[in-house]
Design a protein around this ligand. Structure first.
Ligand code: NAD
Ligand code: UFG
Length: 336
């Protein structure tokens, strides 16, 4: 039996694939490479010394998915494939609804046809929207404020509904906080194709002088130093969280939701200072206006994942900055 990882060539998916292969779990990756490079597959093979099955399949392509499920016995799907840029989703909502929701519906349709009912879904803390309640627990109100977040909530609701319709389904929804860091080999990491939207890749690209300076969005938030606070989690810890979820769901028929964060909030300035300390590189920055839609503070109540999944993140902010830096330094121009 195989675990199918959709979007497994991407930033988070590639780290999950490595954690699964470390445990000799048989993996099939599907990815349409719309936001990733096939070079990542070579690097997965170098790091693991194993060759996972890979197919260039779009999750919207029902015929190819049908072929895949017919020919390979799949036990569980870890579903990451989708678009993830908040800003792009505001500009191109149809693409997001089509790819994220449409693709998931096609995937679930084929899973059902082949009696594959176990799914772990990549959701996001962005489903919580604006709230003052911190740390934020899985029970907090959901109110995403951008199309990307709305697609995640839509899929969460779809999964809750299919579970109600047939308890053969076995569903875990993981709400990620802010994944950063990279594999310790320095071979795979976050490699945005355009100018980064996210803080950490922006910082690392300033550090290698691909970008001139960091623009810090807002210095008058109601936080310790006036800059936004987030719950950064090392991508390898996040990947391990999926393996824990996979073991937890074995022989169950559940539908459960978990935050995956460390439960600790750091400000933008704290991240910049930590990065400078571990890399020895000065990061030029300037303060600019707040970014529309940004929250002042968001960090996870991670107690549920700790108790039920035995999820205990191992990496601290120094590790996150060090590993992000090593990856960027080794790959200043991405996967060439
Ligand atoms: P990523 O873009 O690096 O990985 C997603 C992968 O899915 C890419 O390799 C892309 O080519 C592939 N893909 C996209 N549409 C596809 C389709 N129709 N068919 C097949 N493959 C397709 O992004 P990531 O950071 O690794 O994120 C993975 C998942 O985690 C996404 O669902 C994202 O929404 C979610 N997530 C990410 C973050 C984050 O900050 N990185 C936070 C919360 C949730
Ligand atoms: N920031 C800057 N300058 C930048 C980029 C970011 O100052 O160039 C600040 C932001 O204002 C925020 C913090 O850095 O205070 C983190 O911003 P990110 O863009 O890295 O992350 P977000 O918390 O805004 O959002 C990310 C993903 C979402 C996901 C969410 C989950 O982009 O997709 O984490 O919590 F849903």
């Amino acid at each position: 039996m195989y675990v199918l990882v959709t979007g497994g060539i991407g930033y988070i998916g590639s780290h999950i694939v490595l954690e699964l292969m470390k445990l000799d779990i048989k993996v099939i990756i599907i990815d349409n490479l719309s936001n990733s490079s096939i070079k990542v597959l070579d690097r997965i093979i170098i790091i693991s010394n194993k060759i996972p099955l890979f197919f260039n399949i779009d999750i919207n392509d029902e015929n190819k998915l049908d072929w895949l499920f017919l020919n390979y016995k799949i036990s569980t799907v870890i579903h990451l494939a989708g678009f993830k840029s908040v800003g792009d989703s505001v500009k191109n909502p149809i693409n997001y609804y089509h790819n994220n929701i449409g693709g998931t519906i096609t995937l679930l349709t084929v899973m059902k046809k082949y009696n594959v009912y176990d799914i772990i879904f990549s959701s996001s803390a962005t489903v919580y929207g604006v709230t003052k309640l911190m740390p934020i627990s899985e029970k907090c109100a959901l109110n995403p404020i951008n199309p990307y977040g709305k697609t995640k909530l839509y899929i969460e609701n779809l999964l809750l509904d299919i579970f109600k319709s047939n308890i053969q389904w076995n569903v875990i929804i993981l709400r990620y906080f802010n994944p950063v860091g990279a594999h310790k080999s320095g071979l795979i990491g976050d490699n945005p194709s355009l100018i980064p939207n996210n803080l950490m890749p922006y910082i690392t690209q300033v550090a290698v002088k691909k970008l001139e300076k960091l623009f810090i969005y807002g210095k008058d938030y109601n936080t310790k130093d006036g800059t936004g606070i987030r719950d950064y989690i090392h991508v390898v810890d996040l990947a391990v969280g999926h393996v824990k979820a996979l073991f937890y769901m074995q022989n169950k028929h559940i539908c459960e939701i978990f935050n995956l964060g460390t439960g600790i909030g750091y400000s933008v300035l704290e991240l910049v200072k930590t990065f400078e300390a571990v890399s020895g590189v000065k990061i030029n920055f300037t303060f600019v206006d707040r970014r529309a839609g940004d929250l002042d503070i968001i960090y996870a109540d991670s107690s549920l994942a700790r108790e039920k999944l035995e999820f205990h993140p191992q990496f601290n902010l120094d590790d996150m900055c060090t590993d992000s830096w090593i990856f960027q330094k080794n790959n200043p121009d991405g996967y060439l």
